[in-house]
Design a protein around this ligand. Sequence first.
Ligand code: AMP
Length: 279
Amino acid sequence: MIIIRTLDELSELIRSSEYASSTIGFVPTMGALHEGHGSLITSAKKDNHLVICSIFVNPTQFNKAEDLEKYPRKEKEDISILEELGCDFLFIPTTEEIYKNYKYVGIDLKELETVMEGKFRPGHFQGVCEIVYRLFDLVKPTRAYFGLKDFQQVAVIKYMTSFFNLPVEIIACPTMREQNGLALSSRNLRLSDTEKQDALIIFNTLDFIKKNLNQFETISKLKTKALQIFNQGKLTLEYLEIVDQSTLTVQNDHNKTNLVACIAAYCNHIRLIDNMIIS
Ligand code: AMP
């Protein structure tokens, strides 16, 4: 695997005849790689001639300085994981390098920015768009791979790509979980074994919602029961919403089609998110 740290090295790669004549699968990450990231690399390898992964902990998408500072960084381990997976290129820039001579224009994300992650992490998706737009422009991928673990992020990226008419196909990949259901996340590295056990309440609540969708007359009643179940656990809930998969508008009535249930919660200061398509 070729490791690229500067924009000059990256432009040299983009201009090479091999890169220019190949389909390029791109997997943007913040590192501390696990099997969830691995599944994106594997999908990218299947669909494209070459795969490029980026590792960059983007400061502009963090709301809390502590979260940014404590975000796990594991460059050495990440490099060996990517080599084992057969990734062709790793782009791993510094903040100064990636944002050199770059001015983000901004995008009105409309209601995508006013619910769930958008509501509780103001500015987060502007930061996500800022870095992803920059990376797309630099890497020039044919296809880019994102995990449905971050369901709202996928919706935002698809919206941005279509808004700016960017020449890249967005591929959404399923959430990888531990056997007990806990969604894999780099943030799990900050959880003790007991906390990981406690965090299972997120998956169990989502699973309850999925299995009992038709037992309740309205979404609102189902949510009330789901909240009771969640509150039996030890986590602090930020939101539990059942939303339309396409528009992400919150549903409370009788509509039982095209739904995804989403939860964000704190497990002892560590913020975790997960979701499940329920209909
Ligand atoms: P991150 O490093 O957390 O920014 O994630 C990089 C990419 O990996 C994003 O597209 C995530 O949605 C995706 N990802 C993170 N966790 C998982 C998971 N458990 N399963 C599938 N994809 C994931």
